[in-house]
Design a protein around this ligand. Structure first.
Ligand SMILES: [Zn+2]
Length: 155
């Protein structure tokens, strides 16, 4: 779907026909029909088919979320290749961001670019099952001084 597709354009308390959804979101009517086949709920008692604003918005938000989720637990997103990659050598470096957030860095096996990924405590545990996670001392220091400016009240 186009990047401009914005769930916030949808008014929660309105109902939309397929044509109205298409012109609101600047997509083809067939795209809207494909969404309906894909699970977008409609009021099927009526003609023309009506889509509830609340459900349309929820559907678009879910679509957006599932696009962002396309890295598997053992993958990172390479900006140069524009795709998720398993880091070279199955190795990542870990730098702490806060008590419960971590930053992982690995190299793209295809182009050698540095790839970044943020992970919660929970996902870090799962990542450790799949990849070799290392904590370099120097990096830890750099990571901390960058992420905790002197006059922040983070701690
Ligand atoms: Zn790459």
């Amino acid at each position: 779907m186009p990047k401009t597709l914005n769930p916030n354009r949808v008014k929660m308390h309105r109902n939309y026909t397929v044509e109205e959804v298409a012109s609101l979101l600047l997509v083809h009517k067939n795209t809207v029909r494909a969404w309906i086949k894909d699970g977008l709920p409609v009021c099927d008692e009526r003609r023309p088919t009506l889509v509830l604003g609340t459900q349309l918005r929820a559907y678009l938000q879910e679509k957006r979320r599932s696009r962002k989720r396309k890295c598997r637990i053992d993958e990172m997103y390479c900006m140069s290749c524009r795709s998720p990659k398993r880091p070279a050598g199955d190795m990542v470096d870990l730098a702490p961001v806060s008590a419960s957030a971590h930053r992982l860095m690995g190299l793209c096996p295809t182009c050698g670019s540095l790839m970044n990924r943020f992970a919660s405590d929970t996902s870090l545990k799962r990542i450790k099952d799949n990849l070799d996670v290392r904590i370099p001392k120097a990096l830890q220091h750099i990571g901390k001084s960058n992420l905790f400016p002197v006059n922040s009240d983070f701690s």
